[in-house]
Design a protein around this ligand. Structure first.
Ligand code: ADP
Ligand code: GN1
Ligand code: MG
Length: 364
């Protein structure tokens, strides 16, 4: 991995004080994140530096314009409510007054205020955490219902277009450039027997039954910070994919990442399943945050999205495995295949509990 001179990166931004120390941070699959300390008047202040992944995000300037618009809008709302410093990301401007800076190698960097006294979790531990995460993402959607300034830029086109994700899977199966298809037949069959599910949301959107909204699109549990002391979901982060979408993409990814007691890359599949109490907490939390603006069809499809999104992300992990791990950062052989298998195991567990999920929704 290339070593970056983080002190030099920091010098491109309007950060007062003296650089002390930087270290790699977090467990995201896409960007390169650093925690960076400065001495400001004798106190240590931390920032988050991120190298934006240019392979994944082809237009970092428009992406940062989205993030700046979204965070400024939320800041305005929070100003009225009287508390803003830890409740949304704060973008630090560059010396050129831009929300990013470009280093001598053409890399795009951004800097955020470090949200202190809060943390992210990779694995859900309690229903209260699930409730808090879901409420925070629901509220995030609600705050963006009236975002001014026109449609947000689509940072990744067709990001949650499940049928297109399946088409891409079929292409890499046909290419089979690493000869891995033979060991993945069970996973491929799993997808092909669920084609109807993969088409449902897009068809309903095209039929005008569910509206486009502004959604986060990557609501995994470690993209929301919970307060250390109170456990409250205080700050939604990782805003690269905030763009037009369906609310179900966000609800579904919460179910995907916040109901199983196992890690996304767990190899012992007996540990992977949907805990119903976590699903209930997500549903109640999300409705507390977003319930007031959803239409009836949107509400009815929430449980469905809980099985669709793990299926879709499993398709993406499988595609990347067959293609040679070009997208998601891996840390061991077959890492993306392991990730795919947990997703499909979770889909099965959700399918088994689906009737109960629908009953719960109707009772709320
Ligand atoms: P990726 O796109 O790679 O997932 P994220 O934006 O999610 O990158 O950042 C990775 C991790 O860094 C997060 O899961 C979180 O723990 C931490 N992090 C990101 N932004 C902040 C912030 N402003 N304050 C504190 N921690 C942060
Ligand atoms: C990536 O960036 P991160 O790690 O929060 C991915 C998501 C996947 C997720 C799977 C831009 O999220 O779409 O659901 O991995 N982000 C992008 O863990 O592709
Ligand atoms: Mg992330």
């Amino acid at each position: 991995m290339i070593k970056h001179d983080i002190e030099k990166v920091g010098a491109m931004f309007e950060i007062p004080g003296d650089f002390i120390f930087a270290e790699r941070y977090g467990s995201g699959h896409i960007n390169e994140t650093y925690s960076v300390e400065y001495n400001q008047g004798g106190t240590t202040i931390r920032y988050i530096f991120q190298l934006i992944n240019k392979f994944v995000f082809k237009n970092p300037e428009k992406l940062m314009d989205n993030i700046y618009r979204v965070t400024s809008h939320i800041h305005e709302k929070l100003k009225i409510a009287g508390d803003k410093s830890r409740h949304t990301l704060t973008v630090i401007k560059s010396n050129d007054n831009l929300p990013y800076a470009i280093d001598e190698n053409g890399n795009y960097w951004r800097v955020y205020v470090f949200v202190e006294k809060a943390k992210t979790y990779d694995i859900i531990e309690t229903p209260d955490q699930a409730y808090q995460a879901a409420r925070a993402f629901g509220e995030f959607q609600k705050m963006l219902v009236d975002l001014p300034g026109g449609r947000l830029f689509e940072t990744i086109k067709d990001f949650h277009n499940t049928p297109k994700r399946v088409e891409r899977l079929k292409e890499v199966i046909a290419e089979d450039k690493l000869g891995r298809v033979k060991e993945c037949q069970a996973e491929i069959d799993f997808v092909m027997s669920r084609i109807d599910d993969t088409e449902k949301l897009i068809q309903l959107q095209e039929a005008g039954k569910i509206p486009e909204r502004i959604t986060h699109n990557d609501t995994k549990l470690n993209n929301v910070m919970l307060d250390y002391l109170t456990g409250e979901g205080i700050c939604v982060i990782d805003l690269d994919t905030v763009m037009p979408g369906l609310v179900h993409y966000d609800f579904g990814d919460l179910v995907r990442t916040s109901t199983s007691p196992a890690a996304e890359d767990e190899q012992d599949l007996s540990k992977v399943y949907m805990q119903f109490d976590m699903f209930e907490a997500i549903l109640r939390g999300y409705m507390a945050g977003a319930g007031e603006f959803l239409n009836e069809t949107e509400k009815k499809l929430l449980p469905f999205s809980g099985k669709l999104i793990p299926l879709e992300i499993g398709v993406r992990f499988l595609t990347d495995h067959l293609e040679g791990d070009v997208y998601f950062r891996i840390h061991r052989d077959d890492h993306n295949l392991d990730r795919c298998r947990t997703q499909f195991k979770l889909v099965e567990s959700i399918e088994e509990q689906y009737d109960k999920m629908m009953e719960l929704l109707e009772s709320i």
